[in-house]
Design a protein around this ligand. Structure first.
Ligand code: FPP
Length: 225
């Protein structure tokens, strides 16, 4: 049976969830943050799952209205401050990915603090993708390696990326069937699950059902059975 060691999620549908209830889009993000908390706790209690990588803010999300971007930044800061004791209690190591230099100094400080204070935790690794885009990640990795005398190998490039581990199971909520510049290198052999459920409605039971299906898939990684 397959183990979903690394689960990655594109958390889509917050805005539509809110609009369906005549609420402001940001209400959907607020509900979405609660789901991030529940899903992380669920994964931290499942010994099969080693990594959970969540797409929280993409390099393209800056194109959203200023007020929505500002709300997301504040929500992230609040979330990280509140969750630090929970990460510690659940032995979760926080390893952000993405280029956080674009964020305010105060948000960068919070992100780095949570990273440092959970560095000793050896349970689940939770990575939030923050100002993350896979193409940007690959370009930054190549720039790190470009002065190397040797020609670049797959292992060297993989190791220079922010996210160094291949994904086993990728889930996208919200009904769309696309990758939206998320972990393009790491999903090479991931099993992809697209569900219509909007992120604020996504439950641990939904995740459990997907994992159950995933465990039964025959994964060949390009080889034969
Ligand atoms: C997509 O919904 C979601 C995002 C742009 C960001 C994800 C953010 C959260 C889940 C909440 C905050 C997270 C943390 C960790 C505090 P959308 O706005 O694109 O939804 P739509 O497609 O219905 O418009």
């Amino acid at each position: 049976m397959n183990r979903a060691k690394h689960i990655a999620i594109i958390m889509d549908g917050n805005g539509r969830w809110a609009e369906l209830q005549d609420k402001k889009r940001v209400k959907g993000h607020e509900e979405g943050a609660k789901v991030v908390k529940n899903i992380t706790t669920y994964c931290s209690n499942n010994p099969d799952i080693e990594r959970l990588t969540l797409y929280a803010f993409s390099t393209e999300n800056w194109k959203r209205p200023r007020l929505e971007v500002e709300f997301l930044m504040k929500l992230l800061q609040r979330y990280l401050k509140n969750e630090l004791p929970v990460y510690l209690k659940n032995n979760v190591r926080f390893e952000p990915i993405g280029d956080i230099r674009a964020f305010s100094k105060s948000l960068q400080k919070t992100i780095n603090e949570v990273k440092e204070k959970t560095a000793h935790c050896d349970g689940l690794v939770q990575s939030l993708a923050l100002n993350y885009g896979a193409q940007d990640e690959i370009v930054r990795a190549i720039n790190k390696l470009k002065n190397d005398e040797d020609s670049i190998t797959e292992a060297m490039l993989s190791n220079a990326l922010d996210a160094k581990h291949s994904v086993d199971l990728l889930i996208r909520t919200g009904g769309d069937h696309r990758l939206s510049n998320f972990l393009l290198w790491q999903v090479a052999y991931a099993e992809l699950f697209f569900v219509d459920t909007l992120w604020p409605d996504f439950s641990t039971q939904d995740l459990e059902k997907i994992i159950k299906k995933f465990t039964k898939i025959e994964r060949r990684f390009g080889g034969l059975k």
